[in-house]
Write a protein that binds this ligand. Structure first.
Ligand code: CP3
Length: 351
Protein backbone atom coordinates (compact mmCIF):
# COMPACT_ATOMS: atom_id res chain seq x y z
CA UNK A 1 0.00 0.00 0.00
CA UNK A 2 1.14 3.51 -0.76
CA UNK A 3 2.37 5.27 2.41
CA UNK A 4 -0.32 7.92 2.08
CA UNK A 5 -3.14 5.46 1.35
CA UNK A 6 -4.65 5.36 4.81
CA UNK A 7 -7.58 7.64 5.39
CA UNK A 8 -7.56 8.97 1.84
CA UNK A 9 -10.83 10.11 0.41
CA UNK A 10 -12.03 9.35 -3.10
CA UNK A 11 -9.88 11.07 -5.78
CA UNK A 12 -11.34 14.40 -6.91
CA UNK A 13 -11.68 13.14 -10.49
CA UNK A 14 -13.76 10.16 -9.38
CA UNK A 15 -15.95 12.44 -7.24
CA UNK A 16 -16.67 14.62 -10.28
CA UNK A 17 -17.41 11.54 -12.40
CA UNK A 18 -19.90 10.40 -9.75
CA UNK A 19 -21.72 13.67 -10.36
CA UNK A 20 -20.56 15.42 -7.22
CA UNK A 21 -19.77 19.11 -7.12
CA UNK A 22 -16.17 19.42 -5.94
CA UNK A 23 -14.50 22.30 -4.08
CA UNK A 24 -12.52 23.02 -7.25
CA UNK A 25 -12.63 21.17 -10.56
CA UNK A 26 -10.23 18.23 -10.81
CA UNK A 27 -7.66 19.00 -13.51
CA UNK A 28 -5.58 17.02 -15.96
CA UNK A 29 -4.48 17.81 -19.52
CA UNK A 30 -4.77 15.73 -22.66
CA UNK A 31 -1.25 14.79 -23.79
CA UNK A 32 0.10 15.98 -20.45
CA UNK A 33 3.05 13.66 -21.03
CA UNK A 34 4.96 14.80 -24.06
CA UNK A 35 7.40 16.94 -25.93
CA UNK A 36 6.76 20.23 -24.08
CA UNK A 37 8.54 18.63 -21.08
CA UNK A 38 12.38 18.52 -21.21
CA UNK A 39 12.37 15.33 -19.12
CA UNK A 40 10.10 13.69 -21.72
CA UNK A 41 12.38 14.72 -24.58
CA UNK A 42 15.32 13.23 -22.71
CA UNK A 43 13.50 9.92 -22.10
CA UNK A 44 12.16 9.79 -25.65
CA UNK A 45 15.66 10.24 -27.07
CA UNK A 46 16.56 6.85 -25.56
CA UNK A 47 13.78 5.15 -27.55
CA UNK A 48 13.78 6.37 -31.14
CA UNK A 49 10.91 4.02 -32.06
CA UNK A 50 7.66 5.45 -30.67
CA UNK A 51 5.65 2.19 -30.66
CA UNK A 52 8.45 0.36 -28.83
CA UNK A 53 8.50 3.23 -26.34
CA UNK A 54 4.75 2.83 -25.70
CA UNK A 55 5.18 -0.93 -25.27
CA UNK A 56 8.06 -0.63 -22.79
CA UNK A 57 6.34 -0.60 -19.35
CA UNK A 58 9.26 0.98 -17.45
CA UNK A 59 9.71 3.81 -19.95
CA UNK A 60 5.98 4.35 -20.46
CA UNK A 61 5.41 4.43 -16.69
CA UNK A 62 8.16 7.00 -16.33
CA UNK A 63 6.59 9.15 -19.08
CA UNK A 64 3.17 8.84 -17.37
CA UNK A 65 4.58 9.97 -14.03
CA UNK A 66 6.69 12.88 -15.26
CA UNK A 67 3.84 15.43 -15.46
CA UNK A 68 2.46 14.15 -12.13
CA UNK A 69 5.74 14.90 -10.36
CA UNK A 70 6.13 18.28 -11.98
CA UNK A 71 2.56 19.61 -11.71
CA UNK A 72 0.60 17.32 -9.37
CA UNK A 73 -2.35 16.97 -11.76
CA UNK A 74 -5.38 15.22 -10.27
CA UNK A 75 -5.07 12.30 -12.67
CA UNK A 76 -2.39 10.41 -14.57
CA UNK A 77 -3.22 9.07 -18.04
CA UNK A 78 -1.31 5.97 -19.08
CA UNK A 79 1.32 6.69 -21.69
CA UNK A 80 0.32 4.75 -24.80
CA UNK A 81 -1.32 5.51 -28.14
CA UNK A 82 -4.64 4.88 -29.83
CA UNK A 83 -2.74 3.23 -32.70
CA UNK A 84 -1.62 0.21 -30.67
CA UNK A 85 -4.93 -1.53 -31.49
CA UNK A 86 -4.26 -1.81 -35.25
CA UNK A 87 -0.97 -3.49 -34.33
CA UNK A 88 -2.82 -5.97 -32.13
CA UNK A 89 -5.06 -6.74 -35.13
CA UNK A 90 -2.10 -7.54 -37.35
CA UNK A 91 -1.68 -4.24 -39.20
CA UNK A 92 1.78 -2.71 -39.37
CA UNK A 93 2.05 0.69 -37.61
CA UNK A 94 5.05 2.97 -37.41
CA UNK A 95 5.77 6.64 -36.81
CA UNK A 96 7.70 8.64 -39.36
CA UNK A 97 9.79 11.27 -37.59
CA UNK A 98 8.25 14.72 -38.03
CA UNK A 99 5.33 13.31 -40.02
CA UNK A 100 3.22 11.17 -37.70
CA UNK A 101 1.69 7.71 -37.95
CA UNK A 102 1.92 5.42 -40.98
CA UNK A 103 0.01 2.17 -41.36
CA UNK A 104 0.62 -0.82 -43.61
CA UNK A 105 -1.93 -2.72 -45.70
CA UNK A 106 -5.26 -3.43 -44.01
CA UNK A 107 -5.47 -7.11 -43.03
CA UNK A 108 -8.58 -9.07 -44.06
CA UNK A 109 -11.61 -8.67 -41.79
CA UNK A 110 -11.54 -12.43 -41.17
CA UNK A 111 -7.99 -12.37 -39.89
CA UNK A 112 -8.68 -9.31 -37.70
CA UNK A 113 -11.84 -10.93 -36.31
CA UNK A 114 -9.76 -13.87 -35.14
CA UNK A 115 -7.40 -11.57 -33.26
CA UNK A 116 -10.05 -9.25 -31.75
CA UNK A 117 -10.71 -11.00 -28.45
CA UNK A 118 -6.95 -11.37 -27.91
CA UNK A 119 -6.30 -7.61 -28.10
CA UNK A 120 -6.08 -7.18 -24.33
CA UNK A 121 -3.56 -9.99 -24.09
CA UNK A 122 -1.56 -8.68 -27.06
CA UNK A 123 -1.31 -5.25 -25.41
CA UNK A 124 -0.59 -6.55 -21.92
CA UNK A 125 2.47 -4.34 -21.68
CA UNK A 126 0.09 -1.36 -21.38
CA UNK A 127 -1.41 -3.16 -18.38
CA UNK A 128 2.06 -3.54 -16.92
CA UNK A 129 2.57 0.21 -17.35
CA UNK A 130 -0.69 0.87 -15.50
CA UNK A 131 0.32 -1.42 -12.63
CA UNK A 132 3.75 0.21 -12.34
CA UNK A 133 2.18 3.68 -12.29
CA UNK A 134 -0.50 2.71 -9.77
CA UNK A 135 2.17 1.45 -7.38
CA UNK A 136 3.96 4.82 -7.50
CA UNK A 137 1.00 7.15 -7.72
CA UNK A 138 -0.43 9.02 -4.74
CA UNK A 139 -3.81 7.34 -3.97
CA UNK A 140 -5.46 10.76 -4.04
CA UNK A 141 -4.72 10.82 -7.79
CA UNK A 142 -6.81 8.87 -10.29
CA UNK A 143 -5.32 6.67 -12.99
CA UNK A 144 -6.88 6.89 -16.46
CA UNK A 145 -6.63 4.26 -19.17
CA UNK A 146 -7.85 4.92 -22.73
CA UNK A 147 -8.46 3.71 -26.23
CA UNK A 148 -9.30 5.28 -29.55
CA UNK A 149 -12.95 5.08 -30.56
CA UNK A 150 -13.72 2.67 -33.43
CA UNK A 151 -14.25 5.31 -36.13
CA UNK A 152 -11.14 7.34 -35.27
CA UNK A 153 -8.94 4.24 -35.26
CA UNK A 154 -10.63 3.08 -38.48
CA UNK A 155 -9.75 6.37 -40.22
CA UNK A 156 -6.07 5.56 -39.65
CA UNK A 157 -6.46 1.88 -40.53
CA UNK A 158 -8.26 2.70 -43.76
CA UNK A 159 -5.66 5.17 -44.89
CA UNK A 160 -4.15 2.89 -47.52
CA UNK A 161 -7.48 1.67 -48.91
CA UNK A 162 -9.19 5.02 -48.68
CA UNK A 163 -6.42 6.92 -50.42
CA UNK A 164 -7.52 5.37 -53.68
CA UNK A 165 -10.86 7.24 -53.64
CA UNK A 166 -10.18 10.52 -51.91
CA UNK A 167 -7.53 12.97 -50.93
CA UNK A 168 -6.32 13.75 -47.44
CA UNK A 169 -6.35 11.33 -44.55
CA UNK A 170 -9.67 11.71 -42.72
CA UNK A 171 -11.61 12.99 -45.73
CA UNK A 172 -10.62 9.87 -47.61
CA UNK A 173 -11.88 7.59 -44.85
CA UNK A 174 -15.21 9.44 -44.83
CA UNK A 175 -15.55 9.10 -48.60
CA UNK A 176 -14.82 5.41 -48.15
CA UNK A 177 -17.54 5.14 -45.48
CA UNK A 178 -20.05 6.31 -48.12
CA UNK A 179 -18.66 4.16 -50.92
CA UNK A 180 -18.14 0.94 -48.95
CA UNK A 181 -20.53 1.07 -45.96
CA UNK A 182 -20.53 -2.71 -45.36
CA UNK A 183 -16.74 -2.91 -45.26
CA UNK A 184 -16.54 0.01 -42.86
CA UNK A 185 -19.29 -1.45 -40.64
CA UNK A 186 -17.42 -4.77 -40.48
CA UNK A 187 -14.21 -3.00 -39.50
CA UNK A 188 -16.02 -0.99 -36.80
CA UNK A 189 -17.42 -4.22 -35.36
CA UNK A 190 -13.95 -5.72 -35.10
CA UNK A 191 -12.77 -2.52 -33.41
CA UNK A 192 -15.65 -2.59 -30.91
CA UNK A 193 -14.76 -6.15 -29.92
CA UNK A 194 -10.98 -5.65 -29.69
CA UNK A 195 -11.28 -2.31 -27.89
CA UNK A 196 -13.71 -3.71 -25.32
CA UNK A 197 -11.18 -6.43 -24.43
CA UNK A 198 -8.38 -3.88 -24.36
CA UNK A 199 -10.33 -1.64 -21.96
CA UNK A 200 -11.16 -4.59 -19.69
CA UNK A 201 -7.48 -5.52 -19.51
CA UNK A 202 -6.66 -1.91 -18.53
CA UNK A 203 -9.24 -1.95 -15.73
CA UNK A 204 -7.86 -5.26 -14.47
CA UNK A 205 -4.37 -3.71 -14.42
CA UNK A 206 -5.44 -0.72 -12.32
CA UNK A 207 -7.18 1.87 -14.50
CA UNK A 208 -9.89 3.62 -12.45
CA UNK A 209 -11.35 5.62 -15.33
CA UNK A 210 -11.35 4.84 -19.06
CA UNK A 211 -11.51 7.43 -21.81
CA UNK A 212 -12.66 6.84 -25.38
CA UNK A 213 -10.95 9.25 -27.81
CA UNK A 214 -13.06 10.03 -30.87
CA UNK A 215 -10.74 12.61 -32.35
CA UNK A 216 -12.39 12.50 -35.76
CA UNK A 217 -16.07 12.93 -34.91
CA UNK A 218 -15.47 16.33 -36.49
CA UNK A 219 -17.49 17.46 -39.48
CA UNK A 220 -19.75 14.41 -39.79
CA UNK A 221 -23.30 14.93 -41.06
CA UNK A 222 -25.81 13.66 -38.50
CA UNK A 223 -26.56 10.35 -40.22
CA UNK A 224 -22.85 9.48 -40.30
CA UNK A 225 -22.48 10.72 -36.72
CA UNK A 226 -25.09 8.15 -35.82
CA UNK A 227 -23.63 5.22 -37.77
CA UNK A 228 -19.91 5.94 -37.28
CA UNK A 229 -19.84 7.51 -33.80
CA UNK A 230 -22.96 7.07 -31.70
CA UNK A 231 -23.80 3.45 -32.55
CA UNK A 232 -20.23 2.12 -32.26
CA UNK A 233 -19.82 3.97 -28.92
CA UNK A 234 -23.05 2.44 -27.64
CA UNK A 235 -21.87 -0.99 -28.79
CA UNK A 236 -18.45 -0.48 -27.24
CA UNK A 237 -19.86 0.61 -23.88
CA UNK A 238 -22.31 -2.32 -23.86
CA UNK A 239 -19.61 -4.83 -24.82
CA UNK A 240 -17.13 -3.46 -22.27
CA UNK A 241 -19.78 -3.61 -19.54
CA UNK A 242 -20.66 -7.19 -20.59
CA UNK A 243 -16.98 -8.11 -20.21
CA UNK A 244 -16.98 -6.72 -16.68
CA UNK A 245 -15.86 -3.11 -17.08
CA UNK A 246 -17.38 -1.20 -14.14
CA UNK A 247 -15.22 1.95 -13.91
CA UNK A 248 -16.49 5.33 -15.17
CA UNK A 249 -16.12 5.99 -18.90
CA UNK A 250 -15.44 9.39 -20.48
CA UNK A 251 -16.48 9.79 -24.11
CA UNK A 252 -14.74 12.44 -26.23
CA UNK A 253 -16.58 13.02 -29.52
CA UNK A 254 -14.26 15.83 -30.62
CA UNK A 255 -15.60 18.48 -32.95
CA UNK A 256 -19.27 17.61 -32.54
CA UNK A 257 -20.56 20.30 -30.18
CA UNK A 258 -23.82 20.55 -32.13
CA UNK A 259 -24.47 16.89 -31.33
CA UNK A 260 -22.94 16.81 -27.85
CA UNK A 261 -26.27 16.83 -26.00
CA UNK A 262 -27.57 14.00 -28.13
CA UNK A 263 -24.38 12.07 -27.46
CA UNK A 264 -24.66 12.72 -23.71
CA UNK A 265 -28.29 11.59 -23.64
CA UNK A 266 -27.95 8.53 -25.85
CA UNK A 267 -24.56 7.10 -25.01
CA UNK A 268 -24.12 5.43 -21.66
CA UNK A 269 -20.72 6.95 -20.78
CA UNK A 270 -20.44 8.63 -17.36
CA UNK A 271 -19.02 11.91 -18.71
CA UNK A 272 -18.64 13.78 -21.98
CA UNK A 273 -15.41 15.56 -22.88
CA UNK A 274 -16.00 18.74 -24.87
CA UNK A 275 -13.62 20.28 -27.38
CA UNK A 276 -12.26 23.80 -27.77
CA UNK A 277 -15.04 25.05 -30.05
CA UNK A 278 -17.89 23.94 -27.80
CA UNK A 279 -19.88 27.03 -26.74
CA UNK A 280 -20.15 27.57 -22.98
CA UNK A 281 -23.95 27.40 -23.08
CA UNK A 282 -23.85 24.06 -24.90
CA UNK A 283 -21.48 22.80 -22.18
CA UNK A 284 -24.01 23.90 -19.57
CA UNK A 285 -26.78 21.98 -21.27
CA UNK A 286 -24.63 18.86 -21.50
CA UNK A 287 -23.70 19.34 -17.84
CA UNK A 288 -27.40 19.16 -16.97
CA UNK A 289 -27.35 15.61 -18.38
CA UNK A 290 -24.01 14.31 -17.05
CA UNK A 291 -20.53 15.47 -15.92
CA UNK A 292 -18.46 17.30 -18.52
CA UNK A 293 -14.76 17.67 -19.21
CA UNK A 294 -12.93 20.44 -21.06
CA UNK A 295 -12.28 22.70 -22.82
CA UNK A 296 -9.49 25.30 -22.73
CA UNK A 297 -8.03 26.13 -26.15
CA UNK A 298 -4.55 24.52 -26.41
CA UNK A 299 -3.47 27.62 -28.39
CA UNK A 300 -4.44 29.86 -25.49
CA UNK A 301 -2.29 27.72 -23.24
CA UNK A 302 0.50 28.42 -25.68
CA UNK A 303 -0.24 32.18 -25.77
CA UNK A 304 -0.52 32.68 -22.00
CA UNK A 305 -0.90 36.17 -20.49
CA UNK A 306 -4.08 37.92 -19.36
CA UNK A 307 -6.11 36.27 -22.12
CA UNK A 308 -5.37 32.90 -20.54
CA UNK A 309 -6.46 34.06 -17.07
CA UNK A 310 -9.63 35.60 -18.48
CA UNK A 311 -10.69 32.43 -20.28
CA UNK A 312 -9.96 30.24 -17.26
CA UNK A 313 -12.20 32.61 -15.25
CA UNK A 314 -14.93 32.39 -17.89
CA UNK A 315 -14.85 28.60 -17.81
CA UNK A 316 -14.94 28.65 -14.00
CA UNK A 317 -17.89 31.03 -14.08
CA UNK A 318 -19.84 28.97 -16.64
CA UNK A 319 -19.12 25.42 -15.54
CA UNK A 320 -17.61 25.77 -12.05
CA UNK A 321 -20.73 24.66 -10.21
CA UNK A 322 -19.89 21.22 -11.60
CA UNK A 323 -19.74 18.42 -12.13
CA UNK A 324 -16.81 19.43 -14.32
CA UNK A 325 -13.30 18.19 -15.00
CA UNK A 326 -10.95 20.95 -16.11
CA UNK A 327 -9.00 19.99 -19.24
CA UNK A 328 -7.98 21.27 -22.64
CA UNK A 329 -10.22 21.03 -25.67
CA UNK A 330 -7.53 18.96 -27.42
CA UNK A 331 -3.98 17.80 -26.72
CA UNK A 332 -1.24 20.05 -25.35
CA UNK A 333 1.13 21.32 -28.05
CA UNK A 334 4.88 20.60 -28.03
CA UNK A 335 5.82 24.29 -27.73
CA UNK A 336 3.68 25.20 -24.72
CA UNK A 337 5.72 27.01 -22.03
CA UNK A 338 5.71 25.15 -18.72
CA UNK A 339 5.02 28.44 -16.91
CA UNK A 340 1.63 28.67 -18.67
CA UNK A 341 0.59 25.26 -17.35
CA UNK A 342 1.52 26.44 -13.85
CA UNK A 343 -0.39 29.68 -14.39
CA UNK A 344 -3.60 27.71 -15.11
CA UNK A 345 -3.14 25.42 -12.13
CA UNK A 346 -2.66 28.40 -9.80
CA UNK A 347 -5.65 30.21 -11.28
CA UNK A 348 -8.00 27.32 -10.51
CA UNK A 349 -6.46 26.73 -7.11
CA UNK A 350 -4.84 23.40 -7.94
CA UNK A 351 -1.27 24.44 -7.14
O1 CP3 B 1 -2.34 12.20 -23.00
C1 CP3 B 1 -1.30 11.59 -22.64
O2 CP3 B 1 -0.37 12.18 -22.05
C2 CP3 B 1 -1.24 10.10 -22.87
C3 CP3 B 1 -0.66 9.63 -24.08
C4 CP3 B 1 -1.34 9.77 -25.44
C5 CP3 B 1 -0.57 9.83 -26.62
N1 CP3 B 1 -1.44 9.77 -27.69
C6 CP3 B 1 0.88 9.91 -26.69
C7 CP3 B 1 1.52 10.43 -27.91
C8 CP3 B 1 -2.69 9.75 -25.81
C9 CP3 B 1 -3.93 9.76 -24.93
C10 CP3 B 1 -2.73 9.73 -27.23
C11 CP3 B 1 -3.97 9.64 -28.02
C12 CP3 B 1 -3.92 9.78 -29.47
N2 CP3 B 1 -2.97 9.33 -30.35
C13 CP3 B 1 -4.97 10.36 -30.24
C14 CP3 B 1 -6.27 10.89 -29.68
C15 CP3 B 1 -6.13 12.22 -29.07
C16 CP3 B 1 -5.88 13.34 -30.04
O3 CP3 B 1 -4.80 13.96 -29.90
O4 CP3 B 1 -6.73 13.60 -30.89
C17 CP3 B 1 -4.58 10.32 -31.60
C18 CP3 B 1 -5.36 10.84 -32.78
C19 CP3 B 1 -3.32 9.64 -31.65
C20 CP3 B 1 -2.54 9.28 -32.87
C21 CP3 B 1 -1.25 9.95 -32.89
N3 CP3 B 1 -0.22 9.70 -32.00
C22 CP3 B 1 -0.80 10.93 -33.80
C23 CP3 B 1 -1.63 11.50 -34.94
C24 CP3 B 1 0.50 11.26 -33.44
C25 CP3 B 1 1.45 12.18 -34.18
C26 CP3 B 1 1.20 13.60 -33.90
C27 CP3 B 1 2.13 14.09 -32.84
O5 CP3 B 1 1.67 14.77 -31.91
O6 CP3 B 1 3.33 13.80 -32.98
C28 CP3 B 1 0.84 10.52 -32.27
C29 CP3 B 1 2.11 10.54 -31.54
C30 CP3 B 1 2.08 10.70 -30.05
N4 CP3 B 1 1.21 10.08 -29.19
C31 CP3 B 1 2.98 11.49 -29.30
C32 CP3 B 1 2.64 11.32 -27.95
C33 CP3 B 1 3.32 11.90 -26.75
C34 CP3 B 1 4.15 12.28 -29.86
C35 CP3 B 1 5.20 11.33 -30.32
C36 CP3 B 1 6.60 11.71 -29.94
O7 CP3 B 1 6.94 11.79 -28.75
O8 CP3 B 1 7.39 11.89 -30.88
Amino acid sequence: MHPKAEGMSTPLLIQALQGQTTTRPPVWFMRQAGRYLPEYRELRAKAPDFIAFCMNPEMAAEATLQPMRRFGFDAAIVFADILLIPGALGQKVWFEAGEGPRLGALPSVESMRELASGAGEALKSVGQTLSLVRAELDPAKALIGFAGAPWTVATYMLDGEARTIGKGERAAARTYAYAEPEKVAALLEVLVESTAHYLKMQQDAGAQVLKIFESWAEGLPDDLFKSLVLKPHQALVARARALGVTVPLIGFPRGSAALAERYAAECDVQAVALDTACPLEVGKRVQAIKPIQGALDPLLLRAGGDALDRRVDQLMEAWGQGPWIFNLGHGILPDVPIAHVEQVLRRIGAQ
